[in-house]
Design a protein around this ligand. Structure first.
Ligand SMILES: [Zn+2]
Length: 103
């Protein structure tokens, strides 16, 4: 499963069209809140879960600065506050789109 296109929709989100025709609208807010990096989501190592600390939100927290494809499986998003460690795999984006789409 691959995105056929990833487009900015308006000022606050992305629209991903998948190769099977499915369309996932994703807001920057959702993408940032669900940043998959260890710093944001914590990490489970040998059954111990490390929870991320609550951090102060800097300006640009929900502002998408750039989006770069990583290999053929993910995109890396750079946020307005400089955060760029999250790699969003296609699978993860698809899952986010589905959980967000049930309204
Ligand atoms: Zn993160």
């Amino acid at each position: 499963m691959h995105p056929r296109s990833i487009k900015r929709s308006g000022t606050d989100g992305l629209t991903i069209t998948w190769d099977d025709g499915h369309v996932s609208p994703l807001t920057f807010h959702l993408l940032r809140d669900e940043c998959p990096c260890a710093e944001c989501k914590g990490e489970t190592v040998l059954l111990h879960t490390y929870k991320p600390q609550t951090r102060v939100q800097l300006p640009g927290h929900y502002e998408l600065k750039s989006l770069q494809q990583v290999g053929s499986y993910a995109v890396q998003i750079t946020w307005g506050d400089g955060h760029a460690t999250g790699l969003y795999s296609w699978e993860y984006l698809r899952k986010l789109g589905e959980s967000d789409g049930k309204k």
